[in-house]
Design a protein around this ligand. Structure first.
Ligand code: DC
Length: 208
């Protein structure tokens, strides 16, 4: 079984995807971490995320899991990841890795922006997780504060809107729900309620 979970930054899709993978005994792949790893290795080498040739080379060399989690989760790395992700050569370089992982064992849960539309268009279940920008900014702000990082809510909201626009408006594999995706709005749901709603959708699919 392949489950595709797409959605904008801080929609809650990562937490949801990890829990769903655990519940159904599936491999979990956070595809955003691949784009983040490309951005981090490029920046560490003094490269420019907008340089397509350099970004594509970094994407071809990327080793999943090679960069520590704290670096990957930084906000500047998220922004740079969104810039490298707009480049077709980068997306192409990461496609095979994602599809290979999707087919491992009894299947996988992949979360990202284009899983249901491009990476796994034949996924068994597709979820598109969304939430109001202000709700997502509040969650991200709280997360950063809990990690002891100084954060400003207005800046977090501005950065999030900027990243949303770049991810939605790019020409290649833009963030959008697949035609057959189930929409899950988590604006008014805590993680437990969102998880139950997602499990209901998957179990309903498994019964048919
Ligand atoms: O999900 P995330 O915030 O970790 O993703 C970081 C960036 O990577 C995001 O702004 C856009 C890009 N991305 C993408 O273009 N396609 C994916 N499947 C996953 C992430």
């Amino acid at each position: 079984m392949i489950i595709a979970i797409d959605g904008p930054a801080a929609s809650g899709k990562g937490t949801l995807a990890r829990r769903i993978a655990q519940k159904f005994g599936l491999t979990y792949l956070d595809t955003g971490s691949l784009y983040r790893a490309v951005a981090a290795s490029l920046l560490a080498a003094g490269g420019n995320p907008a340089d397509e040739a350099a970004a594509a080379a970094a994407a071809r060399d990327v080793v999943p899991g090679s960069i520590d989690e704290a670096t990957l989760r930084r906000d500047d790395i998220g922004q740079a990841a969104s810039v490298v992700a707009a480049q077709p050569a980068v997306r192409q370089a990461l496609l095979d890795t994602q599809r290979r992982i999707a087919r491992t064992g009894s299947g996988a849960v992949l979360d990202g922006r284009d899983i249901g539309t491009v990476v796994c268009p034949d996924a068994d279940v597709k979820l598109f997780v969304q939430a109001e920008p202000e709700v997502r900014a509040e969650r991200r702000y709280r997360e950063l504060s809990e990690r002891g990082q100084t954060a400003n809510y207005d800046n977090v909201l501005r950065d999030l809107r900027e990243r949303d626009a770049r991810d939605r408006e790019r020409a290649q594999a833009p963030l959008k729900p697949a035609d057959d995706a189930h929409l899950l709005d988590t604006s008014k749901l805590d993680i437990e309620a969102a998880f139950r709603a997602a499990v209901d959708i998957i179990e309903r699919h498994n019964e048919t």
